[in-house]
Write a protein that binds this ligand. Structure first.
Ligand SMILES: O=C(O)CCC(=O)C(=O)O
Ligand SMILES: [Fe+2]
Length: 362
């Protein structure tokens, strides 16, 4: 996801101090700023929130029925749906991977369906620290315990137009690593990213846990390194808008001065009015439900807004390769990745060499 790029270089860290409500009781939460940007010492939640995000009148609804195209919808049993086997995933990549798609109900049987609901997740991981993000004028990176985030979504978060969003990069040695056993990453054919070792510094961040409340979400962006992504909605509902790569960055960002996700969706009609009929037909606007896995094609613009009070998703960036893959999909691959592939899979390396001109020079 492009939005969290630069996470590691967090400019701001904010630690919410334990001030946890019992279930069912709303309570203010306090915060201690540990960064110069907020000044020294303990600040109260109103102070912090107003500095991060000045209050505004909450609009009630977003424009709907914008007359965009429809997303490719597949069932998990479909022979061309990615997920279950390499064979199907290959067919998917060859046939559908350049268009947004959704495999409906793929994750219905995952343990996360129950375990990532509000009460269970806060019970099991309430003390674990998670990174938060939000698109604002300065996009601060914050950190808090999940129980404090839960407290936030039941109090101040209810009234924010652009609420804080848990956007947590998940490693195999993450404090909440047990969660990694509670879903099953879909099978993706020849994911070039996976040729870089997890513990190798060269591997770009690729997996995030996302927890948000109503109106939180991800501002319009393209994913980094030319990667595509799958994004599984586990709890709650999410609204997606995707626009094809040929629409310019200037146009995608032109209608939203404030750079908040809600504002982008609010001004979508103005943006769409500037597109040609063909471009409009290519764009998609749809909702993902628990169990659905969305496919975000490489270089497509996408913005997401969470519709439920507790919306949880898991997402991974991938660079699938099949012989018919367009060279542009791989053009950002650093030399080190190419070297790894050469070492680990000669057959794949031979295909890559023929298809992707100048790969090692990238
Ligand atoms: O908020 C979301 O679910 C979208 C995340 C996303 O676009 C990304 O991870 O690249
Ligand atoms: Fe993304």
């Amino acid at each position: 996801m492009a939005a969290p790029a630069g996470f590691a270089a967090a400019a701001v860290a904010l630690h919410f101090l334990a001030h946890r409500p019992r279930h069912g009781r709303k309570s203010p939460w306090r915060a201690r700023a540990v960064c110069q940007a907020f000044g020294p010492g303990v600040v109260d939640h109103v102070n912090v929130m107003e500095r991060v995000h000045p209050p505004r009148t909450l609009p009630h609804s977003l424009p709907l029925q914008l007359g965009l195209g429809s997303v490719v919808s597949l069932l998990p049993t479909d022979p061309e749906a990615f997920g279950y086997s390499l064979e199907r995933s290959k067919l998917f990549v060859e046939k559908h991977s350049c268009r947004p798609a959704v495999v409906r109900g793929f994750g219905h049987e995952w343990p996360s369906t129950d375990l990532w609901r509000f009460a269970a997740l806060v019970r099991d991981f309430g003390e674990a620290q998670f990174l938060l993000s939000r698109k604002t004028f300065d996009s601060p990176i914050l950190e808090c315990e999940l129980a404090d985030y839960a407290s936030y979504v039941r109090s101040d978060g209810l009234y924010h137009r652009n609420p804080l969003y848990v956007f947590h990069e998940m490693f195999n040695d993450d404090p909440c690593m047990e969660m990694l056993d509670e879903f099953e990453s879909p099978v993706i054919i020849n994911d070039l990213f996976s040729f870089i070792d997890e513990y190798d510094d060269l591997r770009p961040p690729y997996r995030w846990l996302l927890i948000g409340t109503r109106r939180s979400g991800t501002f319009a962006h393209q994913d980094p390194h030319g990667s595509a992504a799958w994004n599984a909605t586990v709890t709650g509902f999410k609204r997606w808008v995707m626009l094809p790569p040929d629409i310019s960055k200037e146009l995608v960002l032109s209608t939203c001065e404030e750079h908040d996700t809600f504002g982008w969706f609010q001004n979508l009609e103005t943006l769409i009015a500037q597109l040609s009929t063909e471009q409009r037909a290519q764009c998609v606007d749809f909702i993902s439900a628990p169990g659905d896995i969305v496919w975000v094609p490489s270089e497509w613009w996408h913005a997401v807004i969470n519709l439920s009070p507790w919306t949880v998703a898991i997402t991974e960036n991938v660079v699938p390769f099949v012989e018919s893959t367009s060279p542009q999909l791989c053009r950002y691959l650093p030399n080190s990745v190419a070297e790894n592939i050469k070492k680990k899979n000669t057959k794949l390396w031979d295909c890559l060499k023929h298809s992707v001109e100048g790969l090692v020079e990238v």
